[in-house]
Design a protein around this ligand. Structure first.
Ligand SMILES: Cc1cc2nc3c(=O)[nH]c(=O)nc-3n(C[C@H](O)[C@H](O)[C@H](O)COP(=O)(O)OP(=O)(O)OC[C@H]3O[C@@H](n4cnc5c(N)ncnc54)[C@H](O)[C@@H]3O)c2cc1C
Length: 81
């Protein structure tokens, strides 16, 4: 058993989830085609997927704060040119 897509990448919806899901799926499919056993294929896939998952989670940590904020931007002082 292994994880891919949202199940492997815990993060807010900031526009990268589908790309990660497709990349995971492609890498898992290629790994399955290039290894003799499912165990070897999953191990090889996870060697790249797990560091990518950690890196993306760290990169997007706190990035959804604005989406969830209850404070409105100050339109009165915004530059409207
Ligand atoms: C509001 C919102 C906006 C987003 N905008 C973007 C965007 O602009 N760009 C972007 O890249 N990503 C975006 N995402 C994220 C993107 O939708 C996900 O990252 C992506 O769909 C993950 O694909 P997935 O196949 O891993 O999961 P999912 O697409 O969630 O697919 C999982 C599937 O499994 C099914 N399922 C669940 N439980 C079971 C079960 N027990 N048995 C059988 N089937 C089951 C579900 O019904 C679902 O069809 C957004 C997400 C949200 C919520």
């Amino acid at each position: 058993m292994t994880l891919l897509g949202d199940a492997a990448h815990l993060m807010p919806p900031l526009g990268v989830g589908v790309n990660l899901a497709l990349l995971d799926a492609c890498e898992l499919a290629l790994s399955t085609a290039h290894h003799d056993t499912v165990d070897e294929a999953i191990h090889a896939y996870e060697k790249t997927m797990l560091p990518r998952s950690t890196e993306m989670a760290q990169l997007l940590d706190g990035a959804a704060d604005e989406l969830l904020s209850t404070e409105l931007p100050d339109f009165a002082t915004a530059d409207n040119h």
